[in-house]
Design a protein around this ligand. Structure first.
Ligand code: NAP
Length: 252
């Protein structure tokens, strides 16, 4: 991947945090924002090598960034993480709440730990990161927050009561926080991917069945979701967009 020529970079000097930036959609987003000149903070939980590879790719293309470990479902870790970013760069311009997991089971088989682990990361993690970062953006009177939701939060999906509830929660959270932060120049939007080819979906057993519901007839690529996130994070045309949900789902 090559960085854009400096004169075309729209995020030169901006600081962007991507939670779960080591793999999948987060990785593609980190690279896309890095190629636009942003200093990218690649958060990860366990995959330090993968996170460092993302940073190496950004640096090789002439960009800048750092990998930072934190479990974003834990308040103390989030607060420490944000503190470290501030120590290095003293501002945060973009937050992409992307980290997420699945623990799929039909309702009657779903254990409380399956429920809690998904809600804790996919919903509470979004709250914790947004709260910590918005304090800084409020002082700056600017910022862009993009939450990665899912079509599952809009339509429901058998086996994903925990995941669908979390993602529907992210959509309600996005719309509310957008209204709370709008008068300080901060926009808050959500992107709702359909089925995207990442580690999260690689072991799905019913992919032929799923394909019947995707008019474009294929899984999406992580970079296709990253493209929408990049638009919301970097494009002037997104200045007047807040509280919205953008589907990237092949027509699902
Ligand atoms: P993925 O390939 O499984 O990557 C998940 C990322 O989240 C990894 O970088 C992982 O870090 C990170 N992560 C996991 N637990 C974490 C924690 N406790 N704290 C911080 N980071 C953590 O997933 P993906 O498919 O790219 O999904 C990204 C987002 O898109 C998720 O919110 C997901 O729900 C959503 N989404 C995905 C699809 C799809 O079809 N793939 C569809 C709709 C929505 P490590 O590498 O360290 O584990």
């Amino acid at each position: 991947m090559e960085a854009l020529p400096e004169t075309l970079q729209r995020l030169k000097g901006k600081i962007a945090i991507i939670t779960g930036g080591s793999r999948g959609i987060g990785r593609s987003t980190a690279l896309a924002l890095g190629m636009e000149g942003a200093n990218v903070v690649v958060n990860y939980a366990k995959s330090s090598d993968a996170a460092l590879e993302v940073i190496a790719e950004i640096v090789a293309a002439g960009g800048n960034g750092m990998a930072l470990q934190a479990d974003v479902s834990q308040m103390e870790e989030v607060d420490n993480f944000v503190k470290k970013v501030m120590e290095k760069w003293s501002r945060i311009d973009i937050l992409v709440n992307n980290a997420g997991i699945t623990r799929d089971k039909l309702l009657l088989r779903m254990k409380p730990e399956d429920w809690h682990s998904v809600i804790d990361l996919n919903l509470t993690g979004v709250f914790l990161c947004t709260r910590a970062v918005s304090k800084i953006m409020l002082k700056q009177k600017s910022g862009r927050i993009i939450n990665v939701a899912s079509v599952a939060g809009q339509t429901g999906n058998p086996g994903q009561a925990n995941y669908s509830a979390a993602k529907a929660g992210v959509i309600g959270f996005t719309k509310t926080v957008a209204k709370e932060l709008a008068n300080r120049g901060i926009t808050v939007n959500a992107v709702a991917p359909g089925f995207i080819a990442t580690d999260m979906t690689k072991d799905l057993k019913n992919s032929e069945e799923i394909m019947k519901f995707i008019p474009l007839g294929r899984y999406g690529k992580p970079e296709e979701v990253a493209g929408m996130i990049k638009f919301l994070a970097a494009d002037d045309a997104a200045n007047y967009i807040t509280g919205q949900v953008f589907n990237v789902d092949g027509g699902f």
